[in-house]
Write a protein that binds this ligand. Sequence first.
Ligand SMILES: Nc1nc2c(c(=O)[nH]1)N[C@H]1C(S)=C(S)[C@@H](COP(=O)(O)O)O[C@H]1N2
Ligand SMILES: [Mo]
Length: 559
Amino acid sequence: MRLKAAIAGIVGLVVALGITELVHGLYEMVPSVLGSIAQVVVEWTPGEIVTQGIELLGQADIPVLIASVLLGTLAVSALLAILAVRSPALALLGVAVLTAVGIAVSFVEPFINATATVATVVGALLAGTVVAELMLRAAGLREMKKATPDAAPAGTPGSPDSPVVRWREAGATSTSVGRGGFLALGGGALVAGLAALGLGRLLSGGSQTAAAPKKLDIADKPAGKPSGEGDQKGGGGGETVTHETLPDVPADASIDAPGMPKIITPASSFYLIDAALTSPRVNADDWKLSLKGVPNPVEFSYKDLQEMSTLESDVTLSCVSNPVGGGLVSNGRWTGVLLSDVLKEAGVSRENITRASQQLVGRSVDGWTAGFRTDIALDGREALVAFGLNGSELPVKHGYPVRLVVPGLYGYVSATKWLSEIELTSWDFNAYWIQRTWTKEGPVKTQSRLDTVKGGQNLQAGKIPVGGVAWAPHRGIDKVEVSTDNGETWNEARLASQLHPNTWRQYVYDWDASPGSYTLKVRATDGEGVLQTAEERPPHGGGGTDGAQGYHTVEVTVA
Ligand SMILES: Nc1nc2c(c(=O)[nH]1)N[C@H]1C(S)=C(S)[C@@H](COP(=O)(O)O)O[C@H]1N2
Ligand SMILES: [Mo]
């Protein structure tokens, strides 16, 4: 009996979720309820735990999270159906609560059509309830106790005038489905629900990655005309607008060795870190960037930015969660407007920064925030309000239409994607990850990585290129050394030319290896002559979150 009731509840929920996911797949202004619940779970989880989840597991944790949420809601619905046998009114109240929760969590998503969302969630749960109720009847569980439409609060699916209850009254004595129909009904509904769910996930998953970003046509825009026609925007009133592009990457910036990462990371393999489980979809035509807490509060449209002076800039972006030797670092060729130009339009200069404008906070369309010292935006480094990556528009996942890129700072304090607002405020404000216990200032630590040899590899005696990349964005890399004896002695590596002090730099040490077991290490010296620290620390938990440190070390055998 209980088992059948539980099954009815589960099938009902699958039908309900199938409907919401399918509607979401067809119309993205109705959010995925599953995804929204998962997002809320992330928001409510304590910082220390969520740190491990989002940043270290990266995107891999999302399916796990969704699956757990699915199991959790399935368990709740099974319990509700068991309850429904004894007390339909209470169960309906439970459904009403589920509906309310479903609607509430949906509103965490930044872009939704409220009416369509409410209608979808209510409709889906009604349909699920009807299916579960039909199954209970088919299983003969309803005749034991007469359904009594009552108790549920007015205006909820359980209220006397709701379709469910009307249906229950009308069908209270009929057993049109029949007991034998339990399996057929349940099976049919389950298959239909699962199909809708699968199709919905497929459709929405597809639209997230589908269209490849368009080529930027900024270089074709007329340059050289005076800016600021009518409004005050466009490069500082009367100055000449320029669209600078970079020459092709010089051949000597790359070292040809198997396993060496490309000097410019292709957008498709650029590392990815988000607190949002699904990327906000922003329409560039009605997107606006607002400047707040500034002498001259201004707004920029996508077009405004592209009509200001633009430039390309090579910058290596890295994540504070990157473990030593890890892959949460990539090098992009960004296109955008200098953040300092945008601030100039807003009347901000180094001289007029006060206590109240000490921190520059980037805010995303979905409310995520990152903050750093305002003077960093004005100290001459090429901090960008970026709308292009590697010659194309930003990919959706990397912040389309506009994000910040600040050389020398970890992403969590600076690189706001889906940027909608820049606010100057006091140092007291704590941005997203700072609220979750991370260090307030996030300068990128000098790091180096072995790429052409991997731990546990069996290599052939002879010449072995031991190479990889080293980075200290903004400071640059001056020297890289490789040790083959666990750090006893160091050999200076050959360096590729430095693309820019803001980027990583390739190196290789041509090792003449004889048979044996070896512990290889690498260390870099930055452009200020400072050697990276040997003291090992994990990205998180080793006395605060301020970035992993220590020398990348791998063990290999040579035969
Ligand atoms: N809106 C928003 N911007 C964000 C994040 C985020 O979660 N939401 N993550 C930040 C972090 S922690 C990093 S390391 C970089 C990663 O940028 P990428 O995903 O383009 O590599 O983006 C930053 N910008
Ligand atoms: Mo990050």
